[in-house]
Ligand binder design. Structure first.
Ligand code: NAD
Ligand code: MLT
Length: 526
């Protein structure tokens, strides 16, 4: 499998990828967007930082691509929706550069407070301007942090160390959690009104874009200082410029810009603005950390199917993955069985029971059932990433649940589907040695392998019926490998699962269905 490293990557990540058997790693150095578009069709995975734009067009050309690894946090350069539809996993490395970004924020705040870049420049130009660069201390100043996630929390910790009073605004954090950080959780309005310094640490979302705008700036203290080391579009740059010009904002420290690199950005001409070229994550430690993290995530996904830190798929811890690993095949086969029996399907229900399937995220197994269900009937590539989207597109209702009730197995998956002809259900388990077994079809109990070509036959339990099936298949030269039988307690009806060595032709199935004792039959290729 081939991996394309687009925007450069710390050597420790490259080495990690190169050491994985079966992975071929290409590091073309400076590669243009056009060159990536031309070559992407050859690759199974790509690693990007923020330069490469992973657009819908690129993803369409990426016919082999299984995953995009972002060596960093923000995925604004990746069309995640298009990747999901195409079944391409998008992963990032949350937290791996958080310390670097938080330290950069502290450096920016201190530099802003003490005019360090301006003083440095002045001195180099031969001046000794002590009065001009009178600064302000951070001690006992109020810092308002918008976004108390990984970076915001580290900034809070460092700011408390500098003896600042720290306020935080984050609608997704509980006051108790903020209190443990030593942060007073307040409304945005309060934070704006009380802070001497405001620092931004949210992702760019429809709620946070331009969160610092004309209106919110009006609510800040006269003389406030703004720091943005998150994303450029969190700030309305024009409004900030005007408030810097009229003195309402005393200074701003910007690591990120609405357009990067900035072109003729008037903010960069103001003496009380200090800036850096998106350096938040640019420490040796952070770059090594993000590179190693994304490299091992990509290798785990390509080689073992383990998903971590995916933007478009729920993560699963390696030890949980190991526990439920044998159930993936069972889940896929049960989904596939349902596809052969019920099509189209209107509603899908999945139930998990047994100790092995408790206290673990079962979302990946649910997606696997859906993949098994859709794969045989869809022309496009179906995988764990796009399965739920494709199911939604087909308006199929999905309900997955776990029960702690005993089911007689250490792990059992039951899938139930509703189609035009009513409900059909199948359940399976994993036996010691990891072989999978079908243990129920509707209310029939049995124990059959879930593989190969099978005939599912429901019949009246009358003498001669099974003999008729065998003779008819024989007439069409279809060999029976094995057979599992089950019947209702009143001995009225029976279900047979007949494993065939080859696919039975349509004429053989028609001949079977002519027998009055045969109520229903389906051929299933697993
Ligand atoms: P995170 O996901 O850990 O934290 C983000 C926080 O923002 C969360 O706690 C979330 O609840 C909060 N949030 C979301 N919507 C909000 C809203 N409307 N108001 C207030 N809070 C809200 O992310 P992180 O790792 O801390 O990264 C934060 C930002 O920093 C991201 O935009 C990331 O891309 C950026 N970043 C920049 C650099 C750099 O080089 N300058 C480096 C790393 C990360
Ligand atoms: C990130 O989101 O990780 C940062 O912006 C740093 C980077 O782009 O590498």
């Amino acid at each position: 499998m081939k991996v394309l490293v687009c925007d450069g990557m710390h050597e420790s990540g490259v080495e990690l990828l190169q050491a994985v058997e079966g992975l071929e790693v290409d590091i073309p150095g400076e590669i243009t967007q056009e060159q990536i578009l031309e070559r992407i069709g050859d690759y199974d995975a790509m690693v990007v930082r923020s330069r490469t734009m992973v657009t819908e067009e690129l993803l369409k050309r990426a016919t082999r691509l299984k995953c995009v690894g972002r060596a960093g946090t923000g995925v604004d350069n990746i069309d995640v929706a298009a990747a999901s539809l195409g079944g391409i996993l998008v992963m990032n490395t949350p937290g791996a550069n958080a310390t670097a970004a938080a330290e950069h924020t502290m450096a920016m705040m201190l530099a802003l407070a003490r005019h360090l870049p301006q003083a440095n420049q002045s001195l180099r130009e031969g001046r000794w301007e002590k009065k001009k660069f009178m600064g302000t201390e951070l001690h006992q100043q109020v810092l308002g942090i918008i976004g108390l996630g990984r970076i915001g929390a580290i900034v809070a910790d460092r700011a408390l160390g500098m003896k600042m009073d720290v306020l935080g605004h984050d609608p997704f954090i509980l006051p108790e959690a903020a209190a443990i950080m030593g942060v007073e959780l307040v409304s945005l309005h309060d934070l704006l009104a009380r802070s001497d310094f405001i620092t931004l640490h949210t992702p760019s979302t429809s709620d946070t874009r331009r969160i610092i705008n004309r209106e919110t700036l009006q609510k800040t203290k006269w003389g406030v200082r703004i720091i943005n080391c998150a994303r450029g579009d969190l700030v309305d740059e024009e409004a900030l410029y005007d408030h810097l010009m009229n003195g309402h904002v005393a200074g701003a420290a910007l690591d990120v810009f609405a357009t990067e690199p900035p072109v003729d950005n008037p903010l960069l001409k103001l003496p009380h603005v200090i800036a850096s070229p998106h350096l938040g994550a640019s420490s040796h430690q952070a770059q090594a950390n993000v590179a190693r993290t994304i490299a091992s995530q990509i290798a785990d996904y390509l080689v073992y199917g383990i998903i971590r830190n995916a933007i478009n798929f729920p993560s699963i811890r390696p030890k949980d993955h190991e526990r439920i690993r044998p159930y993936f095949l069972l889940a896929e086969r049960l989904g596939c069985l349902l596809a052969h029996v019920l099509s189209p399907i209107e509603r899908l229900e999945i139930e998990y029971c047994g100790t092995e399937l408790q206290d673990v995220s079962l979302e990946p197994l649910t997606q696997t059932v859906v993949k098994g269900l859709l794969d045989p009937i869809m022309a496009e590539k179906v995988n764990l990433v796009n399965a739920h989207l494709l199911l939604k597109e087909r308006q199929v209702e999905l309900v997955a649940s776990t029960t702690s009730k005993s089911c007689g197995y250490t792990g059992k998956i039951t899938v139930r589907g509703k189609g035009k002809e009513g409900w059909f259900s199948a359940a399976g388990t994993v036996l010691p040695g990891e072989s999978i077994r079908l243990v129920n079809i509707n209310s029939y109990r049995l124990e059959a392998e879930l593989e190969g070509v099978n005939l599912l036959v429901q019949n009246l339990d009358k003498p001669g019926t099974i003999g008729f099936i065998g003779t008819t298949l024989g007439r069409y030269e279809v060999n029976i490998a094995n057979m599992h039988l089950s019947r209702t307690p009143d001995k009225e009806r029976a279900m047979a699962i007949i494993r065939l060595d080859e696919v039975a032709p349509a004429e053989a199935l028609e001949a079977l269905q002519e027998h009055p004792n045969i109520l229903w039959l389906r051929q299933v290729k697993l």
